[in-house]
Design a protein. Sequence first.
Length: 255
Amino acid sequence: MLGKCYLYGLGVPANSKKAVTYFKKSLEEIESKFNLALLFFYGVGVRKSKKMGMQLMQECMDANYIDAFLYLGGMYLEGDVVDFDEKKGFECFSHAAELGSGAGCFNLATLYQNGQGVKKDVKKALELLNKAVELSYYKAYCNIGYFYLQGVGVHSDYKKAFEYFTEGSKYDPRNYNNLGYMYMTGVGVTLDKEKGFTMYKKGAELGDSSCCLFLGNCYMSGDGVKRDKKKALVWYKKAAELGDPRAAALVSTLS
């Protein structure tokens, strides 16, 4: 798709105006219509127009284009371009889930868990998370594991939590943070701080901010590894760069 090539500079110099031209020439392709809607929303390569963006996005949703429901749902929940509206966000994610989207199920589960745009229902949230896994949206493993670890909507089951975190670690580094916690505290597994350190290190190397923070803590306290304040600061800085406010505070204190 030439429009996408010009938009992202794939094989050609990036040129948002040319991207708009090619998207307009191929509006029979639903992806072109979706991308053009986003450009109108944000005024990239074209005069900003919420009206045009919504018109094109609605046409995408009328054609059951899943990405349109997911993106607009996120916009409603963030108040990005459109007015903040949890109920409309819920409706968008509900449609995506009904169309067989794992991401839609995952996002909908989050709303049920937090009671956003719908009455809080953690059991429904867990049901949707399991559906997301069935649809190969593996990010849900971490959330399901957390439910079993903390006893959210189910009885605590550390064995199941460990199994979900272990399987999820193949796809999502957040799981290493939970595995690290279990080994460091001996919750559901034999206490093993060296294994805990290894889990945090794996997650940190894959870019998980919490793992970077707790890896720094390991180096600072000597848990599972030889104490090394310099390495601790390196990982605190990495966590801060990834947006962790706790790490940013530590960097400010230690620097």
